[in-house]
Design a protein around this ligand. Structure first.
Ligand code: PLP
Length: 391
């Protein structure tokens, strides 16, 4: 009809891929009793200290709009935290923005820095949303493969060869989702040197920083000469079990942040009031309420790794961070998607096919430890039984 024929969705938006993750969710619909080794949403409550402050905040009876860029006291406290924990110096007025999760940060940063056709380097397998956001923002993702044999550490020569006149940025997470690895200072220095030599922007996602089970690497934005070309994205979702409260932040150079803040205003107006009460509390939360949680995920991940790595024919890089392992399951002779669907149907275990994270991950699965421990154990038992019966 006349009116609807005016609706011509922009090609960049039409080109956002649907994603294997959504196919798995579709396949699980209506099935009871599945063991979930797929979800990246931890099944743990918000720490008691934070909950108390949320309740007190809500009891005031008000839920106003706040400062568009985040409550000044939250930005100030976060700026102090970033300096103390990450060596990142961020002016709370000019260089720091509170966002609706890292997810908003990804979009507004990419939307602001990418010009049509700009190439964005993504060491891959990669978090699918980097790809989706680059496409949505008119950019061109350029995947640079990571090899299991080298522990999914980037080959800097390969990364450099992928750089062209059109390369604007490189984006990655550290610790890495989906790979579970943590790139060391040396690797980050290598990436930083490339970025400086080729005048690239670095967009780094450090949402899993607290879930580092090896030596803590620096923030790439804190390395010499990197502040002016790095956007550091971080958040409260995972570190404080606040996934649904949608709190994240972006740190970046002041001039660019001025425009990015303007775009943020268009998209969300201001961050959620209750989310910010929780984020303020999170930064004051006693470590005794947090450390055991972080340790629990590390223990579960090690348990999952040991069991999966022991399955004949399966290989797996030892996890160093995040909630994930990324085993090579090509010995089953199926595509990642076929295997993930078979596991749902035949074993009652939900996993994510590696191909959710790009074509270089064919033959792999991503397994997570976010479900309750008993469910993770059940998932492991079902997976190993399936493997025994299959073999
Ligand atoms: N970045 C990575 C690497 C993630 O794994 C996730 C969620 O799983 C996000 C960002 C989303 O973060 P937020 O909840 O802060 O939007």
């Amino acid at each position: 009809m006349a009116v609807s024929s005016r609706i011509q969705i922009h090609p960049d938006i039409l080109n956002i891929p649907y994603g294997d993750r959504k196919r798995i969710i579709d396949a699980c619909r209506g099935k009871e009793g599945l063991a979930n080794l797929a979800s990246g949403c931890p099944d743990m409550p918000v720490p008691a200290f934070i909950m108390e402050r949320i309740r007190a905040g809500l009891d005031s009876g008000y839920a106003p709009y706040t400062n568009y860029y985040g409550l000044p006291e939250l930005r100030e406290k976060l700026s102090q935290y970033l300096e103390a924990e990450c060596d990142i110096e961020a002016d709370s007025e000019k260089e720091l923005l509170i966002t609706h999760g890292v997810q908003e940060g990804l979009y507004i940063v990419m939307r602001a820095i990418l010009h049509p056709g700009d190439e964005v380097l993504m060491p891959s397998p990669h978090y699918a949303e980097y790809y989706m956001n680059a496409i949505a923002c008119g950019g061109k993702p350029v995947l640079v493969p990571l090899d299991e044999e080298s522990g999914f550490v980037p080959d800097l020569d390969r990364l450099e060869k992928a750089i062209t006149r059109k390369t604007r940025a490189v984006v990655f997470s550290n610790p890495n989702n989906p790979l579970g690895v943590v790139w060391s200072r040396e690797v980050l220095e290598g990436i930083a040197n490339l970025a400086k030599a080729h005048n690239l922007i670095v967009v780094v996602d450090e949402i899993y920083r607290e879930f580092t089970y090896t030596e803590q690497p620096p923030s790439i934005g804190a390395l010499p000469g990197m502040k002016e070309r790095t956007f550091t994205l971080g958040g409260f979702s995972k570190a404080y079990m606040m996934m649904g409260l949608r709190m994240g932040y972006v740190v970046g150079p002041a001039e660019a942040m001025f425009s990015i803040k303007n775009l943020h205003y268009c998209v969300v107006l201001c961050p959620s009031y209750v989310g910010q009460i929780a984020a303020l509390a999170a930064l004051d939360c006693p470590r005794e309420q947090l450390e055991p949680m972080y340790r629990e995920f590390g223990d579960r991940l090690e348990m999952l790794y040991r069991e999966v790595e022991a399955i004949p024919g399966v290989s797996c890089v030892r996890p160093q961070g995040s909630f994930y392992i990324f085993p090579n399951m090509s010995c089953f002779g199926m595509s990642s998607m076929e295997l993930a669907l078979t596991l749902i149907e035949k074993a009652g275990v939900v996993t994510l096919p590696g191909t959710e994270f790009g074509p270089y991950a064919e033959g792999y699965l991503r397994l997570a430890v976010c479900a309750k421990r008993e469910q993770v154990e059940m998932g492991i038992a079902r997976l190993t039984k399936f493997a025994r019966e299959f073999g």
